[in-house]
Design a protein around this ligand. Sequence first.
Ligand code: GCW
Length: 663
Amino acid sequence: MEFEQAWLDYTKKASCKGSEDIKYICVKTRGEEQDELIKNGILELQRAFAGILGIELTVCQNLGEGHGICLTLTEGIQTEAYHVYENKGEITIEASDSKGILYGAFELIRQVRIGNPLGGLDLFKAPKMPMRMLNHWDNMDGSIERGYSGESFFFKQDRILVDERTVTYARLTASVGINAVVINNVNVKDAATWLITERYLDKVKELSDIFAGYGIKLYMSLNYAAPIELGELDSADPLSEDVRGWWKRQMELVFNRVPNLGGFLIKADSEGRPGPFTYGRTHADGANMLAEAAAPYGGKIIWRCFVYNCQQDWRDYKTDRARSGYDNFKGLDGEFLDNVILQIKNGPMDFQVREPVHPLFGGMTQTNQMLEVQIAQEYTGQQRHLCYLIPMFKEVLKFRTYVQEQDDTVEDIVSGRTFGQHNCGMAAVANTGDDANWTGHDMAAANWYGFGRLAFEPELSAEEIAKEWIRLTFGIDKQVEETLLFMLMTSWKAYEEYTSPLGIGWMVNPNYHYGPSVDGYEYSRWGTYHRADHMGIGVDRSREGTGYALLYNEPNASVYDDKEKCPDELLLFFHHIPYTWKLKSGKTVIQHIYDTHFDGVDMVDEMVERFMKLEGILPQKPYLRMVERFTHQKEHAREWRDQINAYFYRKSGISDEKGREIY
Ligand code: GCW
């Protein structure tokens, strides 16, 4: 399958002030051999300078009188950090480790391509989050769970693929500072259970070596019941000596064969996957068993907190899926070994367009934590609608948990500032596939790019990240930049407006989760209800209801618990509210529903209208691909608007004040 270079396309020429005299590139190590990372850094710079500036960089021992770039390994800089600066026309990329050098090389290329002059360049950057990870939900048959951009490029027909595309993937991923990748789906079944056996380890090693050359640790998802499913034991009880011994031997095998392996990601006791509950054991028992076996090799166990009862009866008003992560894990705080990291979704439900922040952030104080977000847009338009998610992720990171007076935001927690942890960070469920443009929607690549940039430098604004991505992908052009920036920055808001209102979420078609169906999940077992009747809508999660609101630290708990104080955008998540209730905006709930749905569609129309003016300015291929997606988004946004408005008009019997057409 053909593939493009996304934001690393060096075929577009550019000029860069201060680059004119650069001819050479040299490396100064502290005596050690140049490793793959440094070699890849040099290659990348050579490729970029040749492609963009027409400069062939010659490798030399010492720069001497010629101007050039010097990669310098030095002491005293934090690992993975880099200092890129200009002095008398010479550019230095300084770091303590070769990963920092590689990141510095990508930084220099970025600076050149976004049009910054090299004279006076002086950037010192250190990643804020230790782990910056992608989780691929790729299955070994080549399909991708919740994948919207083609098939897997890691697997096909139960084989592991290693080819040119793998290398380009690693370059793209490393260029934004991502340093860990889980290659297979968290739902580990069939052939994927065998990934940790001789059957696949040679290929896993090949893949992990390519990744290692770009500073990426390869991780795999594990099947908790592997000892049984591989036919070796009849139990997976984490306290059984046989089972513990089995995992120790298996880990020894895997880490010896794949020394660059980072560790494992596990989804246990969730949505039908096996786990320690079967044996009456806790998640700490399960995670620690694996962690103990992986520890001698420096392996990490990333254990997901997405554990809930997916067999709920809709008549049951007491069980609350939103509580489940907290209820299952809070009591285990402090019981996990140091190489275990709990991975927590950004919200308590499941990647909806709007959710409160997961209460485990700020709930646990003695456990390594990692934030899980999803760029695959499962519930936010499936890469057919434009939905730039970096503004949402920024809100999550900035959320104050009040776990202590200072350094209490989600960002502080997952950066390790709050509790002094080093096993923490951020993971995104990936949005890539084997489509030529990698992400189906060309503009969905901004989420991949943006996720990495944000995890490395969370202080960057969503606009800054978007601008970088636009320039790197489409070159420097004022109209292109203004248009695409407007579209990216409007898109999340627009999507929220024309889909489910005020934080309630869902209202999608069951199973594939695309398109409006207000009652799609209303009578199902998944615990995802809106509870609308003819009087009102929303789930009572206050102290009178499920009590979920009280899981937060003060003052958050009191704010969410109180209808009057709860922010509008989350009101229906926390409270059951009459349609005639006045929001802080001054509108009634029902009028808000009508207005936002009409406005959301208008926003899409405006985005698309502006986009169409880029015909002949953007390269034709991506332009046409996007026209197709935007045409669909326009229509589909109308479908959302009309279904939601008609449903609530019919339920409430209250007309739109503005008399617009409701079907
Ligand atoms: O978002 C839901 C998805 C499932 C997914 C699950 C999870 C991988 O609908 O497809 O399974 O969450 O996060 O484990």
